[in-house]
Design a protein around this ligand. Structure first.
Ligand code: GLN
Length: 412
């Protein structure tokens, strides 16, 4: 195999899902990978079923996406951007946000170009940047000093703008932002985003802003593309129907940005996968068109925040500190106080990973609850920062969350 795949460790999603399937405690409560435990709302599901009955919806879509979906996205996002987004030139549809980001790197990164990524990072960015030959440059997000002893806010993970500027070289081509952030749940403040955006303008660096959790914000949410016309000219904003409408398996994403960037992302996407699933694009279009009519956005946000707060009560009960998220559906919990039995036998691929993998394995096998070990989102050098933490996804039915709480009480 080629080095780009041969050198890769098994991805954390497969490790956790396979371990969850092998747990003696079934059904497992799987709060690892961020998939929903429930279906899209019926107006969205019905739209998908209708689309499957249409001849044109079972055939190729235009490479840049179906006009109806691009129009629906442009209409939904124009008010957030404070300008009229042109659906034909400033929106492109991709096969999930992930492929959209890969296409953006394919479009703009030459071998040897540097791409700045904040650490921790969503793991998929790394291979997406390396595949076209990009070189990663990491800038740390500093954890709250007292995060191991008391519950803190995700806002307390901070970026040092001097460190960011020091990481910029003449080879810096792009920076990847993620807000609301996975796995931290931080929403970058307007001031932070303005400082980052101004640096990018000063050094002519493209901004790829992964905003797939954009509808789930519990503090004010700012889009970097909107902070100045100059920043907007350098920014690609990434979105996801899977995250918006509880359908992560649909693989429908999009990028919004100025025409001079979007046209090259579209070209990359055309050559990576040609076009994206037609019936699900049509359904996503209806979802956007009708969301307001159903009061969907408000309900979605309120429901998720409710799940988050209800579930996190278990950590207060157990006396385990967590990082209270400002957005999204992940919560990081500090497990420093949880003792693992000294003689517990871990399989070799867990034994040689940091402590969070052991915590994760133990919870899956002994308690029947799966979470994600977050050192996967750090470089080896900085993995120690996260080795006492686990990430739980709360996008599950309330009875499942209650069952998780019941099982986690064993940690008392
Ligand atoms: N974004 C999802 C998460 O963080 C996972 C996506 C994936 O499995 N690659 O849980």
């Amino acid at each position: 195999p080629a080095a780009r795949v041969a050198g890769q460790r098994k991805d954390v999603w497969s490790i956790v899902n396979e371990a969850a399937a092998a747990s003696p405690i079934q059904p497992i409560v799987n709060m690892g990978q961020g998939f929903f435990g429930y279906n899209p709302p019926s107006f969205v599901l019905d739209a998908a079923k209708d689309a499957l009955n249409r001849v044109d919806c079972n055939q190729y879509s235009p490479t840049k996406g179906r006009p109806r979906l691009k129009k629906a996205i442009a209409e939904s996002y124009s008010p957030f951007f404070g300008r009229t987004i042109n659906p034909e030139t400033e929106v492109t549809i991709t096969t999930g946000a992930n492929e959209g980001m890969l296409s953006a790197f394919m479009a703009f990164v030459e071998p040897g170009d540097e791409v700045i990524v904040f650490e921790p990072f969503f793991d998929q960015y790394i291979s997406n940047i390396e595949m076209p030959g990009g070189k990663l440059v990491y800038v740390p997000m500093h954890p709250p000093k007292d995060g191991a002893t008391k519950t803190t806010s995700a806002a307390e993970w901070t970026v040092d703008m001097k460190e960011l500027e020091a990481a910029i070289t003449p080879k810096t081509r792009m920076i990847v932002l993620n807000t609301p952030h996975n796995p931290i749940g931080k929403i970058f403040s307007k001031d932070e985003l303005k400082a980052i955006g101004d640096l990018c303008v000063k050094h002519n660096i493209l901004i790829l802003s992964d905003e797939v959790y954009d509808r789930l914000f519990y503090v004010p949410f700012t889009r970097i593309a909107t902070l100045s016309p100059e920043i907007g000219q350098l920014t690609l904003t990434v979105g996801s129907a899977g995250k918006c409408f509880y359908a992560t398996g649909w693989r429908i994403g999009w990028l919004i940005g100025p025409e001079h960037l979007i046209k090259y992302v579209s070209q990359g996407h055309t050559r990576v996968c040609f076009s994206s699933p037609s019936p699900l694009q049509e359904a996503a279009a209806v979802a956007f068109e009708d969301a307001d009519k159903h009061g969907f956005w408000e309900t979605a946000k309120k429901d998720m925040k409710g799940k988050m707060d209800k579930f996190n009560a278990i950590w207060d009960e157990l006396g385990l500190p967590y990082s209270d998220p400002e957005g999204g559906y992940f919560v990081l919990v500090n497990m420093a106080k949880v003792k693992l039995p000294a003689d517990y036998e871990f399989p070799p691929f867990v034994a040689d990973r940091p402590r969070d993998f052991k915590l994760c394995w133990f919870l899956i096998m002994e308690l029947g609850v799966a979470a994600i070990p977050p050192t996967e989102f750090f470089t080896d050098k900085n993995a120690h920062i996260a080795e006492d933490w686990l990430r739980f996804a709360v996008c599950k039915n309330d009875d499942v969350l209650e069952q998780a709480q019941e099982r986690l009480r064993a940690l008392k």
